[in-house]
Design a protein around this ligand. Structure first.
Ligand code: SAM
Ligand code: SF4
Length: 335
């Protein structure tokens, strides 16, 4: 193994300062692009990280340079011990944030604020209640919509994640952009990605270029402003002149941003994924439970990271079911 001092530096020169932790494999929604209708095989409860284990693993990453932690799931807020997880992680010197479907987030406003969680990403794939029901298989549109407004009113920085699916919600791209007219939010259009069991088909993916075609047809060219992207940003950012909010496109399928990737992912059952698309995982939890150091395992996993999309470096490879299904369902990765 390469004897680098920074165990979070990979062989392609990327330093990893951002850890996404999935807290739970279950969810109170059933988004079709995220999980199969029949559900996923859940880990036995004893195989899931306890809050102490989450803290211990997170601390090791922070000791080696992680400065940002995002909690995800499944739905992170349905985990019963979420208050204590937030309390413990808030003691680490990191920016702590969360990705949620926002169905029950109104009950957590105080606790999120107490523990310094400022940035919240919320999934909302349609502004139409019946389409929301179709994609999530649950009737929760009103709550999610009201909770987005509540989060904004409470001063959180809110990004709304929209997974675009051709023929389903691409006719709402402009409605979503107009949602940012009076609301200081960022709407992020995400290209539909292939994962195990989500019936992905390239023909269903609405590309970055497709989004811009819709935008350019709806707004005068001079009103569409390209914003500067932050370092390590996964999205291409835009605003419409005079709008309070912004919009962005996450193009993992047609324009991967792997060169500047600084992310690592920890699954709820304690496996380190060096890439969203990786077929392999490193078992940190078993090692931790054996009382051994997880540091060498982290280093080995980081050094094994492929340059592009878990080795699926061409669109042709990404489209091969044998390759992209050699992964988990998204619900057990966390986005
Ligand atoms: N339950 C939370 C939520 O929905 O925000 C957190 C977990 S969810 C897996 C995290 C993100 O992954 C969501 O924004 C969701 O839209 C996105 N996602 C899930 N499956 C996807 C797919 N096949 N392609 C693109 N994004 C996906
Ligand atoms: Fe649940 Fe989020 Fe997956 Fe939807 S995208 S099923 S809300 S984990």
């Amino acid at each position: 193994m390469n004897d680098t001092k920074n165990i979070l530096q990979d062989l392609h020169g990327r330093a990893h300062a951002y850890l996404r932790i999935s807290l739970i494999e279950r969810c109170n929604l059933r988004c079709t692009y995220c999980m199969p209708a029949e559900g996923v095989k859940l880990s036995p409860k004893t195989h899931l990280m306890t809050y102490e284990e989450i803290y211990n693993i997170a601390k090791t990453f922070v000791d080696h340079g992680v400065t940002k932690i995002r909690l995800t799931g499944g739905e992170p807020l349905i985990r019963k011990d979420i208050p204590i997880i937030l309390e413990k992680l808030a003691t680490l010197p990191v920016e702590l944030s969360i990705t949620s479907n926002a169905v029950i987030i109104d009950k957590f406003i105080d606790i999120l604020q107490t523990h310094g969680v400022q940035k919240i990403n919320v999934s909302l794939d349609s502004l139409d209640a019946s389409k929301f029901k179709h994609i999530t298989r649950r009737h929760e549109f009103k709550k999610v919509y009201a909770n987005i407004l509540l989060l904004v009113a409470k001063g959180f920085t809110v990004k709304v994640n929209v997974v675009l699916i051709k023929g389903f919600n691409d006719n709402e791209i402009i409605d979503f952009i107009n949602f940012t007219k009076d609301l200081p939010i960022t709407v992020r259009f995400i290209e539909f990605m292939p994962f195990d069991g989500n019936k992905w088909d390239m023909r269903k993916t609405v590309s970055y270029a497709d989004v811009l075609t819709h935008v350019n047809a709806a707004f005068p060219k001079e009103n569409v402003i390209r914003l500067k992207d932050a370092p390590n940003d996964t999205s291409k950012n835009y605003t419409i002149a005079g709008y309070k909010g912004t919009f962005a496109i996450i193009s993992s399928v047609t324009n991967p941003f792997c060169d500047s990737c600084n992310r690592l992912r920890l699954t709820a059952n304690g496996q380190l994924k060096n890439c969203l698309f990786s077929a392999t995982e490193a078992d940190l939890l078993t090692t931790l439970r054996e009382g051994k150091s997880i540091t060498p395992i982290i280093q080995k996993a980081v050094q094994a990271k492929f340059k592009v999309r878990g080795g699926m470096d061409t669109l042709k490879k990404l489209q091969e079911p044998k390759l992209h299904s050699n992964n988990r369902s998204m619900i057990t990765i966390g986005g």
